[in-house]
Design a protein around this ligand. Structure first.
Ligand code: NAI
Ligand code: MG
Length: 357
């Protein structure tokens, strides 16, 4: 019986987590499975209660479960905290503490939502990209420093990568590409950054191990443009931590909303699943968040951590069907007078799962 740690976090985190659990319970019942849950604090909520965005209880707790599902962390209330006590630092420590170095972010344009995006439907039709973002290294984890200089201050963030950190995430990406359409775009800034040159050399050294995968190197600024110009050219994209963070928010617009994208962070004994968006303080408490990112993260969890393929497909099918029937959350609605609230959308997905043949 799998045990899942639930970390709702801040802002819209708890709102979407509620829908994720509803869907998880519906799919468990439909397929006669049982999961147990443990709710643990993280982020601003944990700062308020324990003075630490990743309390010991949470770090120990997540190591004793089969998978971790997270909402989102952060918010203006904690923006003035020193860097190491910000909610986001709790999330970075969680990822590092678990050792989940490969963050998979699928971007699939749903046929019934092609007219939602700000981009033209003919550019989006058939888009199916997997971004593999390195998650536990790079500039987010490098040394930070700040000190006074003559006319103000100097601030430093170090971007550091070691060969073995690059190798393992690149191998994951090659493997996934070989199971998909056999194309891998490795994204870097090798014309300027030394860490990117090491990245590129490592990719080239590993490439012969995967003769069925066609690799190309793309500079990150060009990649940002190509994602909008002709997104269908991409199959799997592998890139370092910060580039992957930025490119995936951009790529989210190919689906219509950042609220749509799930993710799986793999590479350790216990894997982590979370939507790619943040805590959305501007809409928190209004009941209008799109819960699809976390619901599809549940599907990824069932598939990757538990091997429950039918259950994962039932969730994905249910979400697609709700969209096909014309239901929209506020972020996807062209007519802002008619949309489903977070909870109503979750209920529709549950109904579809219950009726799934
Ligand atoms: P954000 O992703 O929270 O929001 C960006 C925009 O997208 C906002 O307009 C928001 O309303 C909208 N949005 C996001 N998720 C949505 C959803 N599910 N449904 C409908 N609309 C949605 O990014 P932002 O505003 O830059 O950051 C807010 C806070 O979240 C900050 O404290 C930031 O550090 C934190 N953050 C946390 C992340 C995490 O927990 N994984 C990731 C990104 C940011
Ligand atoms: Mg991000």
């Amino acid at each position: 019986m799998p045990k899942i740690a639930l970390l709702p976090g801040d802002g819209i985190g708890p709102e979407i987590m509620k829908e994720a659990v509803k869907v998880l319970e519906a799919v468990s019942e439909r397929f006669q499975r049982t999961c147990t849950y443990e709710v643990l604090p993280i982020g601003g909520e944990a700062i308020d209660r324990y003075g630490d965005p990743l309390p010991e209880e949470t770090l120990l707790g997540v190591k004793c479960v089969d998978a971790v599902l997270l909402g989102a962390v952060g918010g203006p209330k904690w923006d003035k905290e020193p860097a190491h006590r910000r909610p986001e630092s709790g999330l970075l420590r969680l990822r590092k503490g678990l050792g989940v170095y490969a963050n998979l972010r699928p971007i699939v344009a749903c046929d019934s939502l092609l007219n939602v995006s700000t981009l033209k439907p003919e550019i989006l039709r058939g888009v199916d990209i997997l971004i593999v973002r390195e998650l536990t290294g790079g500039i987010y984890f490098g040394a930070k420093e700040r000190h006074a200089v003559e006319d103000g201050e100097q601030a430093t963030d170090m971007l550091v990568y070691e060969t073995k950190e690059i190798e393992r995430v690149v191998r994951t990406a090659f493997h996934l590409a070989s199971q998909r359409r056999g194309r891998l775009a490795s994204v870097d800034k090798a014309n300027v950054l030394e860490s990117s040159r090491l990245w590129r050399e490592t990719v080239n050294r590993i490439a012969p191990e995967y003769p069925d995968v066609k690799v190309e190197h793309v500079l990150v600024d060009n990649c940002a443009m190509q994602l909008i110009r002709n997104p269908r050219q991409f199959d799997v994209i592998v890139t370092e931590n910060m580039f992957g963070d930025i490119l995936s928010d951009e790529a989210a617009m190919l689906t219509g909303s950042i609220g749509m994208l799930p993710s799986a962070s793999l590479g350790a004994e216990v894997d982590l699943y979370e939507p790619i968006h943040g805590s959305a303080p501007d809409i928190a408490g209004k009941g209008i968040a799109n819960p699809v990112g976390i619901i599809l993260s549940v599907a990824m969890m069932l598939r990757h951590s538990f091997g429950w393929e039918d259950e994962a497909q039932a969730i994905e099918h249910a979400v697609n069907h709700v969209f096909q029937e014309g239901y929209r959350t506020k972020d996807l609605a062209s007519d802002s007078s008619y949309f489903l609230h977070t909870e109503e959308f979750g209920n529709k997905v549950v109904e579809e799962i219950v009726n799934f043949e």
